[in-house]
Write a protein that binds this ligand. Structure first.
Ligand code: ARG
Length: 587
């Protein structure tokens, strides 16, 4: 569906033509003086240069031509040559009814036919999820939903870190505790047990213990390294243990991501890329771009326009071991084979930017991806504590995700209990929904690339630019609609022309729903969607405070308002769903 801006431009274009000016100049924009008008067109300024005429005269010519348009309530030329426009109320309400009928709130399905692989997990197996993985999950989940809404086919891949030294550490630690287990018997020929020899709580204790020990005990460290190599070379007992570690961890990860309302379509990890490494390296060789440097095998990826040094991409170390870049390149081979994607989008900590520059350039040079495949790195900033340093627990340790969530839920719970409108059990349920909104909105409302301060008190506030404020607005609307339905069969659907300024402001904002969704997706910028729903919520609450909706005696007017409320609710709920959270029925 065309945006209102497009419709205004199309309305002005013939007026420009009729006056002898280029219709391309008839571009409308949002008003930067909302006190004077709703939209404006600055085309006369550019026309002035082209036609050597005073801009105000051009603006006056156009205004005289367009004065009788059914779209414009008011169109005027103001110094030095702007065209200020106020729309007719019945045009705006007509537009909203069209928008409601699209089924996508007017958003474009521009992604139809396009396939995207979204890499936004990165959790490391056997290590508990920590806040560092939180941003990837929150931002990635929102992008997945936005991409789908705009028609893309999306494969969300968790891409676990499951192939590193942590595996060898766990294997060695398990051996020293239970040397009798069959996994360590080189002569064992039977089936390995289906049941893992450890639980997730065991693993959570085993890994840090082993990691600590490897720093103090050189022999142990060497053994863990050797076990990692043996695992990678296919030692059957270690392989069986690895499958146990993976199964136990994945089950736990699914639970944790589930609590965040984050899900993945593909549960692959670095280990799945290993099979593609030999072929990938052969490709690099065939292309003649792999060469030796200080014992390692590398690909040069620097470009003459680089302002910062981009070192060669190391593919194999001197001992033959592969690296992070090797795995990511091999994964691209697998993704190309399995999905043939138009875009691969990585949501990863921005400190990994250089790594992705090296990987993308190598992939292009080697033809691992097609020239038209987009490779996008969305590097996010750090979540800091109030002290401005990366977020830690009170004791200074790494905060575990589940503890962080529990803390927020508890804070929201106390807030809800202060009002005492619901019983304790309900309050617990509601606190979960509101807590998740607080957490996700607190993150997503910041531009992803920037660092932000994690401030529970601010995030859970019911006022200001917060998740709970948005939910509160939705809950308020739902409650009015419920009351309306107590005496009516169904909700009226036709939005009516605005009766005053606060209603017009709300209607104009709602008319921007589709273009805002499209724009947030195209620019991989969920924060723009947050800003939008914040403005809609503010506009709705102003409208609400100025009108007695259910008590309105003019039935047609009341029905128009109820339809407007229903559309506002639909837009807010769709947008929060795209951000990855939902609203309760009461709070
Ligand atoms: N496991 C990595 C980490 O914790 C993140 C992985 C990101 N994705 C990728 N394809 N490299 O830092």
């Amino acid at each position: 569906m065309k945006s209102i801006l497009q419709l205004i431009s199309e309305e002005l274009a013939p007026a420009f033509t009729a006056c002898g000016y280029d219709p391309e100049l008839a571009k409308a924009s949002n008003s930067n003086r909302p006190d004077l008008c709703e939209y404006q067109c600055n085309g006369s300024m550019a026309a002035a240069k082209k036609y050597h005429k005073a801009p105000i005269m051009i603006a006056q010519d156009v205004v005289a031509q367009a004065a009788n348009s059914p779209l414009f309530e008011k169109i005027e030329a103001v110094n030095p040559g702007f065209i200020n426009i106020t729309l007719k109320n019945d045009f705006v309400s007509w537009y909203l009814n069209q928008l409601a009928a699209t089924g996508t709130l007017g958003a474009s399905r521009y992604g139809e036919g396009k396939t995207v692989v979204l890499d936004y997990g990165g959790a490391n197996v056997a290590k508990p999820l920590h806040v560092g993985h939180l941003r990837a999950a929150i931002i990635g989940e929102s992008l997945k939903r936005l991409y789908r809404y705009t028609g893309h086919t999306v494969y969300g891949d968790v891409h676990m870190g499951d192939w590193g030294l942590q595996m060898g550490l766990i294997i060695e630690e398990t051996r020293s505790r239970h040397p009798e287990l069959c996994y360590f018997d080189p002569d064992y020929t039977g089936e390995y047990p289906a049941e893992a020899p450890f639980t997730i709580s065991d693993l959570e204790e085993i890994y840090p213990a082993a990691s600590k020990r490897s720093k103090e005990d050189e022999e142990f460290a060497r053994a863990a390294h050797d076990a990692t190599v043996a695992l990678q070379q296919g030692n059957p007992g270690y392989r069986a243990l690895f499958r146990h570690i993976l199964a136990v961890s994945v089950k736990d990860l699914k639970k944790n991501y589930g609590n965040l309302d984050v899900s993945f379509d593909v549960w692959k990890g670095e280990s799945d890329a290993q099979a593609f490494i030999p072929g990938m390296i052969q490709t690099l060789k065939d292309q003649g771009i792999l060469h030796e440097s200080q014992g390692a095998m590398v690909v040069d990826v620097d470009e003459p326009t680089d302002t910062k040094e981009v070192p060669p991409c190391i593919i194999q170390k001197s001992d033959g071991a592969s690296l992070y870049a090797t795995t990511d390149l091999a994964t691209l081979v697998q993704r190309e084979q399995d999905y043939h994607p138009d875009e691969v989008l990585y949501v990863v900590d921005k400190r990994q930017e250089l790594h992705f520059t090296q990987v993308f350039r190598t992939a292009r040079k080697a033809g691992i991806v097609r020239p038209e495949t987009k490779l996008t790195f969305l590097g996010f900033g750090t979540m800091n504590g109030k002290d401005g340093k990366p977020f830690k627990t009170r004791e200074g340790g790494v905060m575990r995700l589940e503890h962080l969530i529990a803390d927020i839920d508890e804070a929201v719970f106390s807030r809800i209990m202060e009002n005492r409108t619901v019983d304790e059990e309900q309050a617990r349920e509601i606190a979960k929904t509101v807590g998740l909104a607080a957490l996700k909105y607190g993150d997503l409302s910041n531009q992803a690339t920037k660092n932000y301060v994690f401030d529970v008190d601010r995030f859970i506030s019911f006022e200001g630019n917060t998740g709970p404020y948005i939910l509160y607005t939705i809950v308020r609307i739902k409650s009015i609609l419920r009351k309306y339905l107590e005496t009516a069969e169904a909700l009226p659907k036709e939005v009516a022309p605005a009766v005053d300024a606060s209603e017009k402001v709300l209607q104009l904002l709602l008319s921007k729903a589709g273009e805002t969704i499209t724009d947030s997706c195209e620019n991989i910028a969920p924060h723009r969607l947050c800003q939008y729903i914040y403005e809609v919520s503010d506009a709705f609450n102003s409208f609400y405070h100025e009108h007695i909706i259910l008590g309105e005696t003019d039935a047609a007017r009341k029905d128009g308002w109820i339809a407007l409320l229903e559309l506002t609710r639909d837009i807010l709920e769709t947008c929060i769903d795209l951000l990855g959270f939902s609203a309760p029925d009461q709070m």
